[in-house]
Design a protein around this ligand. Structure first.
Ligand code: UDP
Ligand code: MG
Length: 316
């Protein structure tokens, strides 16, 4: 039997990009069929789009039975869409790619070559330039990778994208991770397996607009740090130890000064400053702990990562 490749495509308000994307992936699928005899299924995840995305998907399925879709009851985010796609996929290989053609389907044959030969379990792209990206954004992105790789045992590769071609074995390993707070860049690396990174230039989206704001990216990076490192907790403990030591030395000095040398205690403003500083640090450290507790709270609730509203099997 020929091999089946599942192309998993998260879509959030992608009505403009979808027809272009579809044309391109169909072209690549045709090429791969004639070169390797590989079959495709195209699994689109409609992540609660507010535009005509779902209507386009229904229509595409009617005309091409390789097109499958899962439509969510609301927007659950790209992470949820990716896991839903992996869980719903049937292929011997899975490839995740964006609908906006920022992940060129033309790279799939090359990825397939690396993985099908058996040397690698996964092929992913890694962008080496941040061309066309806001300078401030690039700076924060770089800093994020520096910080996270220092504090986490899981390597998070700078510039690695979600554009990945994986074996079924690796996909099953990813599906088996039950966490609710998902940070794919960490998960892909945590499950191990051999990954080939293909270096690419940054590609701009064909149509529509990105939904990532600075705020969203910042929260996502916190997700990564909290999810893959306990360093902030350790730092807050060590800050506590440091301040206890400083306080102890200050107490001894003050007592000696007062009792032995009879100096009156003075310096009301300094006391207030120190009080504020220590109070602030205490709140900061409590806040760090609270971040972990809030993540745990979400995990403990055990809610589903996404809710399906419709799939191609519903025949609409
Ligand atoms: N996406 C999604 N859910 C979201 C946001 C984005 O499924 O809540 C999809 C989107 O349709 C696209 C991919 O994830 O296919 C990447 O999103 P986008 O292009 O906005 O991000 P960027 O390329 O700027 O990182
Ligand atoms: Mg994009």
């Amino acid at each position: 039997m020929s091999e089946l490749i599942s192309a998993i495509v998260p879509c959030f308000n992608e009505e403009e990009s979808l027809p272009l994307f579809y044309a391109e992936i169909v072209r690549v699928a045709g090429e791969m069929k004639s070169t390797y005899g590989a079959e495709f299924e195209f699994l689109f995840i409609d992540d609660g789009s507010k535009d005509g995305t779902l209507a386009i998907l229904r229509d595409m399925h009617k005309r091409d039975e390789r097109v499958r879709y899962i439509s969510f009851s609301r927007n659950f985010g790209k992470e949820a869409a990716m896991i839903a796609g992996l869980e719903g996929s049937k292929g011997d290989y899975c490839v995740i790619l964006d609908a906006d053609l920022q992940h060129p389907p033309a790279l799939i044959p090359q990825m397939y070559e690396y993985v099908a030969k058996g040397e690698y379990d996964c092929a992913a792209t890694r962008r080496i330039s941040r061309k066309g990206e806001d300078r401030l954004m690039s700076f924060f992105a770089r800093s994020f990778y520096k910080i996270i790789n220092r504090v986490s045992d899981t390597e998070i590769v700078d510039g690695a994208q979600d554009f990945r071609f994986m074996t079924r074995q690796m996909v099953d390993a990813i599906i088996a991770l039950p966490e609710y707070n998902r940070f794919s860049k960490g998960i892909f690396s945590w499950v191990g397996f051999n990954t080939k990174y293909i270096e690419v230039e940054n590609v701009e989206r064909v149509a529509g607009t990105t939904t990532w704001s600075f705020r969203k990216l910042f929260l996502y990076s916190l997700e990564g740090i909290i999810g893959y490192s306990t360093a902030p907790l350790a730092i807050s403990s060590w800050l506590g130890v440091l301040f206890c030591l400083v306080a102890f030395v200050m107490i001894v000095v003050t007592v000696i000064k007062t009792l032995v040398f009879g100096e009156p205690v003075k310096g009301y403003p300094t006391t207030i400053c120190v009080l504020c500083l220590v109070g602030g640090l205490q709140l900061l450290c409590m806040g760090i702990t609270a971040q972990y507790i809030s993540k745990m709270y979400l995990e403990v609730k055990g809610r589903p990562k996404y809710i399906k509203k419709e799939t191609e099997a519903d025949g609409r």
